[in-house]
Ligand binder design. Structure first.
Ligand SMILES: Nc1ncnc2c1ncn2[C@@H]1O[C@H](COP(=O)(O)OP(=O)(O)OP(=O)(O)O)[C@@H](O)[C@H]1O
Length: 474
């Protein structure tokens, strides 16, 4: 078992590294709710020295070529230009030629969170569809949540804004009319809804050329949506090109993915390459579970410098924390699977546009969601998996913290530990990725403020180049 203490940088004068058992004795620590000091205003501007990052060979955003050199159509290039995408990232530069080759070949592609995997497969999809048949479904993209499906739909529409006759539909609960069925060339959906539509003959899959599975390790996992994805695949043409994307591919799932997408080209990362350098990973050594809430409230001021996502284990605790925080005068929203679709959409749209800045959620938003203003992620509960939630969930940890630090931006993650189990779980995750975590203590609030502001303020200098992301704009 990893020793977290060996992977942390200790604050000067801070209490000794967490021995969770011992730290409970400090349960009486007084915690005040305070706005962070020294803040000029609440605007969060990103500093992206993107041109520097894209010239650094070690960086996942590095590339040597331009989009023009990748042989994309003029309409697609115009779309990229309008989005201010100047150069491809590594995954885009390397995966695109492989995915666009003829005859088409399957692909399993891994790249760190926020490095542009969506555009990589969207460019392939747009290059493959024949827009003289605009209502003939030709590409299907599957994602694990309605939020991610809607987001990908928006990316296809934005990159494809100059592609004449492009119609993109979301196949999520309540989105496709029973009378008309699917009438678009590109369909982005969740597997359950897609399966229903095909079964009810409202989705003609006979001309599909490309199947993309985003967050593929999660989607193909036998414990999750694996069965649905197999059923969907079995309904599709046998010759379909299959593209599997994720930031994480645990060995067990990879073996299965290789069967799902046979003879695939593969782009894989080593375990130590998985974390994004721009994310400063910290942990808060809470005296006891009951103190977590007060500590969270104390962080509120820092959370609202940009926007923040707070991840909790259950829907009930998301609702409960929201209720308490609102009662204590904080403006927060909560989004989870118990809400119906339209409310979920409205909640996320509010968060994207900045109308709400602190979002409490469950793992439903752990993957894929791209909101460039997110400067802080809080793991209020350490992600766990397996029977009885006994195993640390290293993949979910990586995806959760990856909601910040998107495409060269910087951000902070703070994971709360309070007992031996949570401490050991986080130690395991730190060891797994070979990461050094910065210890924060509720007894040394100055240090916490200083550490967090160091990161977030460094991002406030004027960007030398900031792409117009499709996210964050509502
Ligand atoms: N070549 C590019 N130049 C500038 N910005 C880009 C480029 N490619 C993608 N982006 C932007 O980078 C952000 C992250 O991209 P994206 O959401 O595709 O990441 P991802 O790799 O799919 O992450 P995750 O693993 O979290 O799903 C988006 O806001 C996107 O618009």
């Amino acid at each position: 078992m990893a020793d977290l203490a060996s992977r942390i940088s200790k604050p000067e004068d801070a209490p000794a590294a967490a021995d969770a058992g011992a730290s409970t004795s400090a349960a009486e620590t007084k915690i005040e709710t305070a706005e962070p000091s020294n803040l000029v205003d609440n605007e969060y501007e990103v500093e992206i020295k993107l041109s520097d990052l894209q010239n650094d060979k070690e960086n996942p955003l590095f590339s040597v070529s331009s989009f023009e050199e990748l042989g994309l159509s003029k309409a697609i290039n115009d779309g990229l230009l309008a989005m201010n995408f100047k150069k491809p990232s590594k995954i885009q530069e390397r995966a695109l030629p492989l995915m666009l080759s003829d005859p088409p070949r399957n692909m399993i592609a891994q790249s760190q969170s926020g490095t542009g995997k969506t555009a990589a497969f969207v460019l392939t999809v747009l290059s493959r569809v024949d827009l003289t048949k605009p209502t003939q479904p030709q590409a299907l993209i599957l994602a694990p949540s309605r939020e991610l499906a809607r987001q990908i739909q928006m990316v296809v529409q934005t990159v494809g804004q100059f592609c004449e006759n492009l119609i993109v539909e979301a196949a999520i609960p309540g989105s496709i009319s029973r009378e008309t069925g699917v009438k678009s060339s590109v369909v982005v959906g969740t597997p359950g809804t897609v399966m229903d539509l095909v079964r009810r003959r409202q989705f003609d899959v006979s001309h599909l050329k490309v199947l993309v599975i985003d967050e593929a390790d999660n989607m193909l996992d036998q414990q999750g949506m694996g069965e649905q994805c197999v059923r969907v695949k079995n309904m599709l043409p046998k010759t379909i090109q299959i593209l599997l994307f994720s930031a994480t591919f645990p060995d067990k799932v990879l073996q299965y993915a290789e069967k799902y997408a046979p003879n695939a080209n593969q782009m894989k990362l080593k375990q130590q390459e998985l974390t994004v350098k721009g994310i400063s990973q910290m942990y808060m050594d809470c005296p006891a579970e009951k103190d977590k809430y007060d500590i969270l409230c104390k962080l509120y001021g820092l959370m609202t410098i940009g926007s923040s996502v707070i991840f909790v284990r259950t829907r009930d605790s998301a609702t409960e924390i929201q209720r308490r925080m609102e009662a204590d005068g904080h403006k927060v929203s909560a989004l989870h699977g118990a809400y119906e679709g339209a409310s979920r959409d409205a909640l996320l749209d509010d968060f994207r546009s900045g109308r709400s800045k602190v979002l409490i959620t469950t793992n439903v938003l752990a993957r894929g969601i791209d909101v460039s203003t997110v400067s802080m992620v809080i793991n209020y509960d350490i992600p766990m998996k397996g029977p009885g939630d006994r195993e640390p969930d290293a993949e979910t940890y990586l995806h959760r913290i990856g909601r910040t630090g998107r495409f060269g931006r910087v951000g902070v993650s703070i994971s709360f530990v309070y007992d031996r189990k949570s401490f050991d779980a986080l130690s395991h995750i730190a060891e797994f990725y070979g990461i050094d975590l910065i210890q924060l203590s509720p007894d040394d609030w100055d240090f916490t403020e200083q550490k967090v502001q160091e990161v977030i303020k460094s991002s406030r200098a004027k960007a030398d180049y900031a792409p117009n992301a499709t996210s964050g704009s509502g």
